[in-house]
Ligand binder design. Sequence first.
Ligand code: NAD
Ligand code: IPM
Ligand code: MN
Length: 350
Amino acid sequence: MTQKKLAVIGGDGIGPEVVAEGLKVLEAVAGPDAFETTPYDLGAAHWQRTGEVLSDETMAELAAADVILLGAVGAAPGATDVPSGLLERGLLLKLRFAFDHYVNLRPSRLFPGVPTPLADSVVAGREVDFVVVREGTEGLYCGNGGTFRGGTPNEIGTEVSINTAYGVERVVRDAFERATRRRNKLTLVHKHNVLVYAGGLWRRIFESVAAEYPQVSTDYLHVDAATIFLATDPARFDVIVTDNLFGDILTDLAAAVTGGIGLAASGNINPTGAFPSMFEPVHGSAPDIAGQGVADPTATILSVALLLEHVGLLDEAARVEKAVLADISARTPGTKRSTTEVGDAIAAAV
Ligand code: NAD
Ligand code: IPM
Ligand code: MN
């Protein structure tokens, strides 16, 4: 097999802590030579030192990678001078947009034995296993807005959501394809009762693509109602497709009901292969626990499994998943293990 170029951005807060465990597992399962790993020191400290978030040179290097693993960027102890949004927009979203990561894939599975806030009656005998296909390059994340009359009592702030027929159709098609490889069920989540323009566009495109997939049963939920069903009947979902912001919010909730944010993995995928895809835990830099060695690295390790699958190392991906499943089923509620203990155990098991 040819060696893959892996760019690694640990980032801020718990990012580098969890990424170290992800890499440990990656090397244990794929061997030391499967990936040529290049670390990139980016994030709050880099900005504080250089005044730069992400240079053109670094962008060009990242573009030449086959795949990217990212921890998290954002708030961290010692980074209180970093304006909110600087790293999120200037680094994370810049990469998602520049590398056209239009499929933000966020699987949620309630593994056996994992504590969940869901009522017993909701989960007993039912399998909770769904994936959110979150659009990753449009919507309210485009930075299309402005502030006017700043410093006056009449200040105005706007953010206008961008939804293109091209962008909606390609992500909807991806979701239908995924549904055919799963349980043939796809739910569109939006809010077309209020967001009549963007919601109407999503609905029309969804319905016209659905006509090409008669084997996929479809339904629609307004996003507010979708949160009800995530808490009361998550087993009903197979694939959910939704826009960028709704997908962001739903996937934190999805994580919370399937064992917590410490388990939630994601892939920012460019399905055409024109740009490197990027894998990262759903969670952020968790400044409240950074530096304590207590962050759960499982979300990053499961993101490594998605990464392995993406580069075609299917057996290795399956071994990581299996080792994670065994590890989390054996966890004793109330017993705390350190970040490295969890990483070591999973690395030993793959
Ligand atoms: P967060 O996900 O960092 O933390 C939310 C809560 O979950 C915290 O209590 C945290 O301790 C806990 N948590 C998160 N990951 C955990 C893990 N692996 N193990 C155990 N507990 C974990 O969300 P936030 O507090 O809203 O954001 C903090 C910063 O991270 C912000 O600056 C935000 O913009 C940024 N952020 C970055 C990314 C990213 O880089 N992909 C994602 C989300 C948030
Ligand atoms: C996520 C994060 C990001 C998002 C932020 C940090 C820009 O919350 O990856 O879920 O909103 O997409
Ligand atoms: Mn989020």
